[in-house]
Write a protein that binds this ligand. Structure first.
Ligand SMILES: CC(C)(COP(=O)(O)OP(=O)(O)OC[C@H]1O[C@@H](n2cnc3c(N)ncnc32)[C@H](O)[C@@H]1OP(=O)(O)O)[C@@H](O)C(=O)NCCC(=O)NCCS
Length: 176
């Protein structure tokens, strides 16, 4: 199943779909959606990579990814955004594995990092089980106003270092 996943650069013609996926109620609580010009910037700016995740022979769009810091002088590459349309099928995990390989092999990252909202237990468990280590919490740093509730959530900063990735690879934890 995972072999049928492919990452390809996002095109401007994909952005209506990307923006609508961000604003879908299944994703909105977990991300901070961008305006279309921000996505256009991420496509054009050399420090960023914007990808569509495709699946199957029909190459149907099933998600998108944004990396930032790809030219960071400290080798600190950020997984800025990951959104999968079909959830709970193991596809997010497969994409995270591809992104780790890209960050450490192609982009020569020293540190691959991200932040995730504390309420996003699904994404947190995924990142944790893929070797990302919690660095700390930015307490009550994002406003949460959903379903009539109004409050704050914390952001959990997580990272994986190149030597930790190599150790996981040696142990066969990064798949084939
Ligand atoms: C987070 C996201 C990318 C994960 O992709 P996915 O394809 O749904 O995830 P997977 O099917 O690969 O599941 C990965 C793991 O998540 C965990 N998980 C899944 N559902 C969960 C839930 N409801 N609660 C806690 N953990 C959960 C499990 O550990 C699962 O692995 P396992 O079933 O092998 O044990 C996707 O759900 C998504 O797009 N969510 C909305 C946007 C978002 O949160 N993006 C990340 C922002 S940091």
């Amino acid at each position: 199943m995972t072999a049928a996943l492919r990452l390809r650069p996002t095109m401007l013609s994909d952005l209506d779909w990307v923006v609508s996926l961000e604003r879908d109620g299944a994703n909105l609580p977990f991300i901070t959606p961008w305006e279309r010009p921000q996505h256009e910037g991420a496509i054009r700016f050399p420090d960023s990579r914007h990808f569509i995740v495709e699946e199957g022979d029909e190459l149907a769009r099933i998600g998108f990814v944004i990396l930032q810091g790809c030219r960071n002088p400290n080798g600190s590459v950020e997984l800025k955004r990951l959104v999968m349309q079909a959830k709970g099928r193991g596809l997010g995990r497969a994409v995270v594995r591809q992104l780790k390989a890209m960050a450490f092999t192609q982009l020569k990252a020293h540190r691959f990092w991200l932040d995730v909202k504390a309420l996003n237990t699904r994404a947190f468990s995924l990142y944790q089980s893929e070797g990302f280590v919690e660095e700390g919490r930015l307490r009550e740093s994002v406003r949460v106003a959903i379903d009539g509730a109004d409050g704050y959530d914390s952001l959990i900063v997580m990272s994986l270092l190149d030597r930790e990735y190599r150790a996981r690879t040696a142990l066969g934890l990064e798949g084939g």
